[in-house]
Design a protein around this ligand. Structure first.
Ligand code: ATP
Length: 215
């Protein structure tokens, strides 16, 4: 296998912030990913509908990623009707990309909740799972449940395993943690405060121009 792996970063991105951007860039560099695709969810199955429209969330992502090689937006979940299940997204990417290794990038919280995802057991057959965790986080925090068992069965420390197989491994990677959430950014703006330095200036300007997140 020679193709460089592609990273996939799903989320609501309502709005995108540095807590998404910095880990994605670190993963691209640490794992020599060909690219990281940000995949905004159209209809997120696990949560309330986003405050910003699909077009607005995409526009903010494009502004945030402008000029950064190797980071891009993939719109397939916005173009698909119904709930945005990751298993469907990975299936369509796999059909397009053949045997190219795919790395689904997940925050450690998302990994711990994996067993609640639609047809979650199929995800590992379609992609590697790369768990981005805060320095010092221990896999024992994965507990005794399904994510811990998956880690015991499929876990590897060897990043080259990601290039040798199209899917199937779980890799843990420490990333710089920025304690930023979109929920907190929305609340800040709703309370009339300035979100500057939590997200790129171009995204802040767009939020202002569109009057987003104001109560
Ligand atoms: P919200 O507060 O609206 O739930 P969020 O900021 O958590 O949003 P999402 O779009 O839901 O952002 O997250 C997408 C992905 O980004 C998830 O895998 C999540 O674990 C990860 N993520 C979100 N914020 C951070 C952060 N500060 N550091 C690292 N990963 C993050």
């Amino acid at each position: 296998m020679t193709a460089r792996p592609i990273g996939l970063f799903g989320g609501t991105f309502d709005p995108v912030h540095y807590g998404h951007l910095r880990p994605a860039l670190e993963m691209r560099e640490a794992l020599a990913l060909a690219e990281v695709r940000f995949i905004p969810a159209g209809v997120p199955p696990h949560r309330d509908p986003p405050a910003a429209s699909a077009a607005q969330r995409t526009a903010m992502l494009e502004l945030a990623l402008q000029g950064q090689p190797g980071l891009c937006v993939d719109r397939r979940e916005l173009e698909r009707p119904g709930p945005s299940y990751m298993v469907d997204t990975l299936t369509s990417l796999r059909a397009e990309l053949g045997d190219t290794p795919l790395c689904l990038l997940l925050g450690s919280d998302a990994y711990l909740g994996l067993a609640s995802w639609h047809r979650w057991q199929e995800l590992i057959e379609l992609a590697h799972l790369v768990v981005m965790h805060r320095p010092g986080w221990s896999p024992t925090q994965a507990g005794a449940g399904a994510p811990a068992r998956l880690l015991a069965q499929r876990g590897t420390d060897d990043a080259t395993a990601l290039t040798r197989h199209p899917a199937g491994a779980v890799l843990l990677r420490a990333v710089t943690q920025l304690d930023i959430s979109a929920t907190a950014v929305r609340a800040l703006i709703g309370a009339g405060h300035d979100p500057r330095y939590l997200l790129p200036d171009a995204v802040r300007d767009y939020i202002r121009a569109q009057g987003l997140y104001q109560n």
